[in-house]
Ligand binder design. Structure first.
Ligand code: MG
Length: 219
């Protein structure tokens, strides 16, 4: 999938899909996890990305795929060791996204101390809504974010409840990875995660952003 940054006419294929785990205390609690004292960072491959109107495909390897609705920041200006005070200047756009998770495979991986790359990385496991320019979001920590599954409200949260704020996350990630234009940062999910089934329609919304609608199909 490609994205086009606001003010640009060049389509980019995102190089990195950075994701943050357990970034809302109530979600950490529902996962029976402690609230992290440092950001929990993992990556998805770019092949997991799909756009609005596309289809999440449930893989045969998992019997329990969960939805996680998240605010996504799109990097416009890259950098390394970005200062927290300047971090939001590196964001070109925002979108609402879904961090689809094979919870059964993730639980097994956690038990064994293995990485989450399989549980989080299947094709179609990173739906991304259409982008809104960063100027449309005066404060990324003051947004309501929600998810309906086949007409039923399943998740609702407020980005003010993030454990680590977006600026902190960008600064932190940029100490590890050089950030490039088009990189995506999924900022973690509020509580209310749960399974999706063949035929479900997922509708994600976030204040000031285009909504995201995808359907679910079992492979
Ligand atoms: Mg997540």
């Amino acid at each position: 999938m490609t994205i086009t940054l606001p003010g640009s006419d060049r389509a980019l294929r995102p190089g990195k899909v950075l994701c943050i785990g357990k970034n809302y205390a109530k979600h950490a609690a529902e996962m029976q996890s402690a609230v992290p004292t440092e950001p929990v960072v993992f990556l998805k491959p770019a092949t997991a990305l799909i756009g609005d109107g596309e289809t999440v495909v449930l893989p045969p390897m998992s019997q329990n795929v969960h939805h996680e609705v998240e605010l996504v920041a799109v990097i416009g200006r890259g950098g390394k060791n970005i200062a927290e005070a300047e971090a939001l200047d590196h964001v070109a756009a925002y979108a609402v996204g879904l961090d689809m998770t094979a919870r059964d495979l993730q639980s097994k991986a956690k038990q064994k101390g293995h990485p989450w790359s399989i549980a989080k990385g299947f094709d179609t496991f990173a739906p991304l809504g259409n982008l809104a320019p960063a100027e449309a979001v005066p404060n990324p920590q003051d947004l309501h974010i929600s998810l309906m599954v086949s007409g039923e409200k399943r998740q609702h949260g407020h980005t003010g409840a993030m454990v680590f704020r977006l600026a902190t996350l960008i600064a932190y990630c940029s100490r590890i990875y050089t950030l490039d234009p088009g990189d995506l940062l999924y900022t973690g999910t509020p509580e209310g995660v749960g399974p999706v089934e063949d035929g479900d329609v997922l509708e994600a919304t976030c204040t000031g952003l285009p909504s995201l609608r995808v359907t679910v199909r079992r492979d």
